[in-house]
Design a protein around this ligand. Sequence first.
Ligand code: NAD
Length: 448
Amino acid sequence: MAPELASKYRLANVTERLVILKMSQKQQIADPQSELTNPFVLMQRQIDAICEKAKISERCHLRLRECGRELIVHFPVKMDTGQVKVFTGYRVQHNDSRGPSKGGIRYHSDVTLDEIRALAALMTLKAAVVNIPYGGAKGAVACDPKVMSQGELERLTRRYTSEISLLIGPERDIPAPDVGTNPQVMAWIMDTYSMNKGYSVLGVVTGKPVELGGSRGRLEATGRGCMIHAQLACRYLGIGFEGATVAVQGFGNVGSIAAKQLTKEGARVVGVSDSKGGIYNPKGLDVESVVRHKKGTGSVIGFKDAENITNAELLRLECDILVPAAFEHQLHEDNAESVRAKIVVEGANAPTTSEATKALVDKGVFIVPDILANAGGVVVSYFEWVQDLQSFFWSENEVNRQLGRVMNNAFHEVLEISESEKVDMRDAACILAVKRIADTMETRGIFP
Ligand code: NAD
């Protein structure tokens, strides 16, 4: 559904919703372009192309291009005004051949079922490429957490958890934070699930606060993983990491932590941005001060030791490493040509369209694809789940050491396929992932 219709749909009553659905169907028939921008259709095309390249059997291919389970829930929440609002939520499990499903929960006003389906499929590939024993899932509630009070968010989270609790559980499907959710939301999910069970179930979500069974190093893990891949890519390309220049798009959990970690390891972050705009200082930004500035003012713009730039300008900054860490499809066919970075480390999920990938690769840009670059979060989530199940908790050093090991192995396995099959790193990562998933599906067979 087109975004403007989707927002009207969410606010409409039942009769109005039927009218909007009809309008949307008409729009889709009249507009063949909608096929081209539907995130799940795009994901299915990517899976089709990869299954062909990886010579995956038809029966595995057909299963991989659909999501195994999809739940849509509409549930009431008491708002602070006393009014009751009905929210729409989703939980989608794409494929659980390799283990329980795993994937974040997103709170955002524009989420759609097809976006969540595409992100669930991406999670299956991500877990497989770093070789952890999980399938892929994703969940979401269409809401704007920025305009909701803590009380409203807590009531929404607890009701949504109860609604999807027939699907989730430590041995079935383990949610985690994503855009718009955080460790506090994970704590409410864990508490609600535990209250319904009658005992504490730590392993039902990851990304929890450390005092509640969270893992040390989890909050930093996705950004840390991006830093590790930036280092590995620099080493492979013969670019010195010390002093390498970096631009980061998006200054939330992934982007701000990647920027901090990259600086800590010796790179020079020259530009960062958020939804309001960006800042640039060729001598390097003091990232800790930018974090404080954003906390105080709500944006990175206006930072004293930098000039303000637009988001479009940030993406075309001359630098060694570009980390898109905001949202999907930020690098597309209209701006890919102007990218001047040598390496793109995809912190966000699907930040580069397939047209942009082709344009960048043709220009000689080395892309570390999302399913590899931002897998640090799911890897440490896996460590958190293992620690919860064993009630035995690791030091931060141990978590970081194990994360480094997993990321290093995955990078080199993907690189090997990229070189031997003469494909770019995205295709190589996807080939490795679908082969691993297909192997499991073939060995398990089809029930009954
Ligand atoms: P977040 O909400 O913490 O941060 C998003 C940031 O992007 C914010 O600073 C926001 O202002 C900025 N932004 C929004 N629109 C922008 C635009 N047009 N230009 C520039 N900046 C813009 O979210 P997050 O958790 O950091 O996630 C970011 C991306 O990384 C998402 O694609 C998410 O799916 C992916 N991801 C997150 C994790 C995780 O552990 N949090 C793990 C893997 C992947």
